[in-house]
Write a protein that binds this ligand. Sequence first.
Ligand code: FCB
Length: 486
Amino acid sequence: MATASRTVEPAGTTPGARAFPPGFLWGTATAAYQIEGAADEDGRTPSIWDTFSRTPGKVRNGDTGDIACDHYHLWREDVALMAGLGVGAYRFSVSWPRVQPTGRGPASRKGLDFYSRLVDELLAKGIQPVLTLYHWDLPQDLEDAGGWPERDTAERFAEYASLVAGALGDRVKTWTTLNEPWCSAFLGYGSGVHAPGRTDQADALRAAHHLNLAHGLGVQALRAHLPTDARASVTLNLHHVRSLTDSEEDRDAARRIDGVANRVFTGPMLRGEYPADVLRDTAHLTDWSFVRDGDTGAISQPLDFLGVNYYSPTLVSAASGPGSHNADGHGASEYSPWPGGDDVAFHRPPGATTAMGWAIDPSGLYELLTRVRDDFPGLPLVITENGAAFDDYVNPEGRVHDPERISYLHGHLTAVHRAIEAGVDVRGYFLWSLLDNFEWGHGYSKRFGAVYVDYATRRRIPKESAHWYARVVRDGVLPPTPHARA
Ligand code: FCB
């Protein structure tokens, strides 16, 4: 990532093709709980997602991550799949309860060895490991002690970061503290559609702060244990919030949602303070006294890049009363994941959607990237997740045709390229996901993979989009239309 230049190369021979800058990093992404399985092997203890998914009614069809893609046993095959795609990087997460089973105290040697073998295999295949420390699988013991609303969880995270950095820091150069703390805080403790399934907006705000603090303390721990050439980052699911009309009320609704979706994280992390309007909008829920002197300083650590996950824009207007948050694409619940946003209505943007019901709108990604550049000049960006679920199936010839995914990827990569042309410093792109996997509350019903997984046999079948992506990666060039050759 350090080597990317911002120059856009001439497009090659095909008119309309788009060449990415030399050094642009192409990758695929996964997360531990979604693919590993082996839930109680080698000393792993339950995470909040094990508990949640084993609780009737929480995950579609009662699906759990007990077996998932069985990546814990098939990791070598999965690295070979990536080598076949020709990607330069792999973004994966470490399962906290696998490497530190009770969330405190000594590491599990067997747990760390799994990731050590994985990293060695990636490096042997010329694939750069990009490690996320926390993709939502808090050790259940820490949740039992209060979870993210408790300050101690942030301290525990820093200790865990030190353990992983100590074991893998000689080989892993790119580190991410948290994946999408918005989901951990507001879906986990606000609307309750994610683990641990709690529904208290004040707790959700406390969780957001302690996740921010965990990030800051985590970066400090990483810097203390890693060589100076290591890169530290965080991944946010920044929401591109649009207001339905230009009216003052609708624009204010957009401001409020932007505050609690984005700025409650970017404020402390990148500016060293919580935005005054967010504190005001949520003052009826909490007095924020859990933010101690020095916290925002600890949170705002210099970062080497910001990871941005983008799937779809968010469309809001003023007031439609309780329950209106259910059209926000984050799962139905009678409780809101938007503290301070009770009188905001969420609308389904017009146009085609994916199997998640999420609007397909690459212009949202372009606008988001240019806005982040304007708000935080000089901060390199990496798209750490982008992709789509469709109703894929294996045809009688044994193939998976997924032209809609190819179009989705083409549209969004075009948006990334346009942003680079507009001077935004985007260093890489990670397709979500390498494999079909456990899609949280949706269980195995939503397929995001470039590679199809037959869960019963664990068989992997690269979809047409995987072959398409491999060509883009190989050439570093996006063809002019989804189904043309570059
Ligand atoms: C993101 C998550 C990822 C996956 C995609 C579809 O919010 O980070 O694990 O579920 O959505």
